[in-house]
Design a protein around this ligand. Structure first.
Ligand SMILES: C[S@@+](CC[C@H](N)C(=O)[O-])C[C@H]1O[C@@H](n2cnc3c(N)ncnc32)[C@H](O)[C@@H]1O
Length: 195
């Protein structure tokens, strides 16, 4: 875990400069597609520097209806500096003390392969979501492009991979999600709704 923290800490300062315009267009699409509503209580899991926050705000979500969480102190520091009104926790999502049955929208954006125990992520999200709450796991790249991106990295993330679609389905179902969407046509997108 410490190596992952160090890796993202070391990238935090430059993180926002890595993004291209076409990725911002995709972020917009992903949020639109997820059907986010201004009444949602949003948990951004592995929020980094808060790249999605402007899109939540644009969707009408008030700062008090958002919560970020990230394990990298440097990422969280930048998040807090950029968005002082938005609560953000520096913690491991899997062990963080988060209210149960509270959020209606959980987003894991461009981050899922970095969780070493993916099944536990589903279990924890199922605890913190209210019935009818959504879990979205999305990437601006397709599965194949993402694999190549990590493979080419010479660092701690080199071996990080998305789990197979069959496991996504299995875990969504096992932890009580229905209406599951799995799509990898132009970018990777999954969503499930808690029963
Ligand atoms: C590729 S970055 C993406 C950050 C942000 N979602 C974005 O798209 O800019 C992955 C993030 O996952 C965070 N992360 C990794 N493992 C985590 C964990 N167990 N709990 C919370 N955050 C975690 C890292 O610190 C890092 O900020």
């Amino acid at each position: 875990m410490q190596d992952i923290i160090q890796f993202f800490d070391s990238h935090a300062k430059d993180w926002d400069s890595y993004w291209q315009e076409e990725e911002f267009v995709l972020m917009h699409k992903i949020l639109d597609r997820s059907g986010i509503q201004k009444e949602d209580m949003v948990l951004d899991i592995a929020c980094g520097t808060g790249i999605l926050v402007p899109f939540y705000l644009e969707s009408g979500i008030q700062p008090s209806r958002m919560q970020g969480i990230d394990i990298s102190p440097k990422m969280v520091e930048i998040f807090s500096h950029k968005f002082p009104d938005i609560p953000v926790l520096c913690d491991d999502f899997l062990s963080a003390a988060l209210p149960e049955n509270f959020f209606s929208y959980a987003m894991i954006f461009n981050s899922f392969p970095h969780f070493m125990e993916p099944e536990r992520v589903f279990a924890k999200v199922a605890e913190i979501l209210k019935p009818k709450g959504k879990l979205i796991i999305a990437h601006t790249k397709t599965r194949e492009a993402l694999d190549m991106h990590h493979e080419r990295s010479s660092s701690v993330v080199k071996s990080h991979r998305l789990i197979e679609d069959s496991l996504f389905l299995k875990y969504y179902e096992k932890y009580g999600f229905i209406d599951i969407v799995l799509d990898n046509d132009f970018y990777f997108y999954t969503m499930g709704i808690k029963k």
